[in-house]
Design a binder for this molecule. Structure first.
Ligand SMILES: [Mn+2]
Length: 387
């Protein structure tokens, strides 16, 4: 075990401060993006690229590393292609991540300055945005670290610090009644970020802040714009961000690429329609179907439905991409074994496959077999609930 994370954070800060042309590759989500936005405030020379999990995309990004770059950062991402590491050879490389499985080979080979909180404390998975907050060391970043950590499912005391530092920003970011806010702050005072005894309560707070206080909008915003696949527009949009609030994000997105804004609005509208139709059905089995678009938000649908609906047992989110013959189906169970349910419905079907856990699993099914699969799901739920 390493000893003092703050000392190593300080070393990383110095490296960034010294670099003339630092370049950051960060995970294409809210944690990664809010990390980049925080660091850029502290180190104005910093340029950044969102990194997807697609290796072909990563290989193309490796070409962005040129001889002028003196520092390469990889933030919030455990899977990095060899080409990216190769292109970073002979430069200062900082790899900051909170996932398990960072390649020891490359760390050794390139002499990477590697930071992972798990190396100091096995309970510490705190997100990249939190460490970036410490590196940048600017109170103005509190809204960014708050949105980034909640999006990554972490409840940290930065949220309380934000209230104490700038109440107006706190209110712009979160809609929370005073009574709930006080309860939340008491909870934060009493329990440390990894206290196992209050895991359930902590998760309830995170869901509450996400869905009832509006932080989901930030998570959805970044999830959606990265799905639209227009790298160049996204980059110039990210570079134009100055304030950490959604109305500003939208204004800048519109300015940089009205087509991206249109696509984002369409996706959001589609998502909201699906939510509205399914939310009105308080049943044991909820089936949300999304067909004919290019990007899936089945995961978001399943997560949010699981929170908003009170009496559900099974949520099934179905996605069929435009012009595709196959559908992707994700299952969530509320104390209900969905793996068994899905296996039953798929039995004997020749063009269906899938797997997962008892309470969360995924299937891929050909459209020709979907009607039967769906019918079986409905029927077997009816039978099970009659018992
Ligand atoms: Mn993360």
């Amino acid at each position: 075990m390493k000893k003092d994370p703050l000392k190593d954070i300080e070393t990383i800060r110095k490296k960034f401060a010294k670099a003339k042309h630092p370049l950051l590759f960060f995970d294409a989500d809210t944690d990664g993006t809010s990390s980049y936005l925080q660091l850029r405030r502290a180190f104005p020379n910093l340029k950044g690229f969102p990194l997807s999990k697609d290796y072909k995309h990563q290989q193309r990004l490796a070409l962005q590393i040129s001889s002028e770059h003196d520092l390469i950062g990889f933030f919030d991402t455990p899977d990095i292609c060899d080409e990216l590491f190769e292109a970073a050879r002979d430069k200062v490389v900082v790899w900051l991540d909170h996932h398990v499985g960072n390649s020891k080979d490359w760390i050794k080979k390139l002499g990477i300055l590697h930071f992972n909180p798990l190396n100091y404390d096995l309970r510490d998975h705190r997100p990249t945005t939190y460490w970036s907050y410490l590196i940048a060391d600017m109170k103005e970043n509190l809204p960014l670290v708050t949105m980034g950590s909640i999006a990554d499912f972490f409840l940290l005391s930065v949220i309380k610090e934000l209230f104490e530092y700038d109440e107006k920003s706190f209110r712009a970011l979160l809609r929370i009644p005073a009574k709930k806010r006080k309860e939340l702050f008491t909870f934060l005072d009493l329990h440390d970020f990894a206290d196992e005894h209050v895991k359930r309560e902590r998760e309830d707070w995170i869901r509450y802040l996400t869905y009832d206080c509006g932080l989901i909008k930030y998570k959805m915003f970044f999830d959606m714009i990265y799905k639209l696949g227009d790298d160049e527009a996204v980059l110039s949009f990210l570079e134009s961000i100055k304030e950490p609030f959604l109305p500003h994000f939208k204004k800048e997105l519109e300015k940089n690429s009205s087509s991206l804004m249109v696509a984002y609005r369409e996706m959001l509208g589609e998502f909201e329609t699906i939510m509205k139709t399914t939310l009105s059905e308080e049943k044991d089995l909820i089936i949300a179907e999304q067909r004919g678009s290019n990007c899936s938000y089945a995961r978001q649908v399943a997560e949010e439905l699981g929170y908003r609906l009170k009496h559900w047992k099974v949520v099934v989110a179905v996605f069929q991409k435009k012009d595709a013959e196959w559908m992707n189906i994700s299952f969530r169970g509320n104390h209900f074994n969905v793996l068994e349910l899905a296996q039953g419905a798929a039995s004997g079907l020749s063009r269906a496959s899938g797997g997962g856990h008892p309470y969360a699993c995924g299937y891929k099914i050909h459209q020709s077999e979907y009607p039967l699969f769906r019918e079986r799901l409905v029927r077997s739920m009816e039978e099970k609930t009659k018992e």
